[in-house]
Write a protein that binds this ligand. Structure first.
Ligand code: IPE
Ligand code: IPE
Ligand code: MG
Length: 238
């Protein structure tokens, strides 16, 4: 289908370039992360009017623990603050907020806030905002494999019955359709362990814009290009 009216339902974003944005201005990296979290708010607000029903953002990878303690703690604080400060607005705007990634390594207080906002917004339907924190595609697949192996060992499932949909259901993203479009900012053209299974047939867009400079206008422009792409899913053009 190459119909200009086609809008991606599920857009996933690798929000990259906060550090460079701040460094270029002679500021600490955390200033870039703060600005980046403001951008998330702006994009969340703009997304439904652009036809997006699911927005997934990569905020912290399983590899990001390698960064300095100061940066990691600063990011964790920003996540907690985002939840606390946005709770009211998300409810008003009918946005459901969810998380993917392994929460066990996060501070208990942050885990509590995550569970609280998920519960508070669970019936909201205008947009599903999913934030990936301590998320890695390989880690998620490993945890899903463990879960299914455990169920098989307990005799709850037959190993031969494990199919794609069962694996889908064991992933953190069980609540989501696959992403139609994955966007990465900052000019890097790699996947960095994001949605490895789910993005098997996603379109990719790479933009040199650093995440703190990303705007709804840029997003709208990327989406308009998406409408002209020919997604074949392994078939032939009809
Ligand atoms: C993306 O920005 C945010 C996170 C990974 C937490 P970066 O912090 O990776 O910014 P750069 O790539 O160093 O510019
Ligand atoms: C990917 O960005 C992870 C997030 C945006 C959260 P990174 O900056 O961590 O990725 P690499 O290190 O450039 O691959
Ligand atoms: Mg980066």
């Amino acid at each position: 289908m190459s119909d200009a009216s086609v809008t991606p339902r599920h857009v996933a974003i690798i929000m990259d370039g906060n550090g460079r944005w701040a460094t270029q201005k002679g500021w600490p990296r955390l200033v870039g992360h703060r600005k980046g979290s403001e951008r998330v708010k702006t994009i969340v607000r703009a997304a439904p009017d652009l036809g997006i029903t699911h927005l997934t953002v990569y905020a912290f990878s399983t590899e990001n623990w390698k960064r300095s303690t100061e940066e990691v703690l600063g990011l964790m604080k920003l996540f907690a603050r985002y939840i606390q400060r946005e709770a009211e607005a998300l409810s008003k705007e009918n946005v459901r907020m969810c998380f993917i990634g392994d929460r066990k390594r996060l501070e208990p207080k942050l885990q509590e806030l995550m569970a609280w906002i998920e519960k508070r917004t669970e019936n909201n339907t205008r947009l599903t905002l999913t934030v990936a924190i301590n998320y890695g595609g390989r880690d998620e697949l490993m945890r899903a494999a463990r879960k299914l192996a455990q169920q098989a060992a307990e005799g709850l499932i037959d190993p031969d019955a494990i199919d794609e949909s069962m694996l889908d259901g064991a992933l953190d993203t069980a609540h989501l359709p696959p992403p139609d479009l994955v966007i990465r900012t900052s000019g890097e053209t790699r996947v960095s362990n994001f949605l490895l299974w789910q993005a098997a047939y996603s379109e990719y867009e790479f933009t040199p814009i650093l995440w703190p400079d990303f705007t709804p206008e840029v997003l709208a422009e990327i989406l308009s290009r998406f409408g002209h792409r020919d997604r074949r899913f392994g078939g032939v053009k009809t």
